[in-house]
Design a protein around this ligand. Structure first.
Ligand code: C5P
Length: 237
């Protein structure tokens, strides 16, 4: 497998073509952004930590029967993935109120959400990823009703698998964002799953161990990511 030209550079990852038209290389960089890229910082080891974290989670989900784009980790900061036709919709499940839900609806941070909520956002930096719904997604052609139903079902299946995995490490999965795409016509989980795109709290102390440490200037960002990883059995050596 040969890594070829860069196709796209996001805020924290870069995407390269390969000699296989159906495969891409994801490179996890140390760059960290918050507030729509308003705050950018390079955090040493982040690319390596998130690449390993994502590989472990994607393999766990795959083993649980959830289709993902992940093939294999290539190096400390690179992974080989299937090339998807991305659906520009972000799926968010929340088990506990935090972040956007607290801000938008005045929910109390830490309030249990039963049943967990499911939200859709349009992936569009210029518009600041506005909240959308099934009707808008269908009318504007971002996803079909069948695709949305499948994405919702898969997002909740991920919740079942990961809530249990993190609980075994003494962690609460507060919320998370997933992105999907199409591979050979089938809906497949894409992008990444790392503490950059979810909220994880210590179950006993409720200490924040995710990207909120960066957003809120709490420090110890990568140390927290590594702590979470170690608790669920990931080695970063
Ligand atoms: O900001 P908000 O509370 O809506 O985010 C919900 C979850 O989705 C958080 O875990 C956050 O990290 C993640 N998210 C993300 N990328 C976005 C929006 C939200 O990873 N563009």
């Amino acid at each position: 497998m040969e890594k070829r030209q860069e196709l796209y550079a996001g805020k924290a990852k870069s995407v390269h073509a390969t000699d296989d038209p159906d495969r891409l290389v994801l490179t996890f960089r140390d760059d960290t952004s918050a507030f729509d890229g308003e705050r950018m910082e390079s955090l040493a080891r982040k690319g390596m930590v998130n690449n390993r974290f994502n590989a472990f989670i994607m393999e766990t989900l795959q083993a649980a029967g959830i289709p993902t784009h992940f093939d294999r980790r290539l190096s400390d900061t690179e992974s080989l993935v299937k090339k998807l036709e991305m659906i520009p919709v972000e799926c968010v499940v929340r088990n506990i109120a935090a972040g956007g839900l607290v801000k938008r609806l005045g929910a109390e941070e830490g309030q249990a959400l039963d049943p967990p909520t499911f939200e859709l956002f349009l992936k569009n930096d210029a518009l600041h990823d506005p909240m959308i719904n099934e009707s808008l997604a269908e009318t504007f052609g971002w996803a079909t009703p069948e695709q949305l139903a499948e994405m919702k079902a898969l997002t909740f299946r991920v919740n079942g698998v990961l809530k249990e995995l993190f609980a075994e490490g003494g962690l609460l999965l507060v919320d998370y964002k997933l992105e999907f795409g199409l591979f050979q016509g089938k809906i497949v989980l894409g992008d990444e799953f790392s503490p950059d795109g979810c909220r994880l709290w210590d179950a006993r102390t409720r200490e924040k161990l995710d990207k909120d440490r960066f957003r809120q200037g709490l420090g110890g960002v990568i140390e927290a990511y590594e702590e979470v990883g170690r608790r669920i059995g990931i080695s970063f050596d």
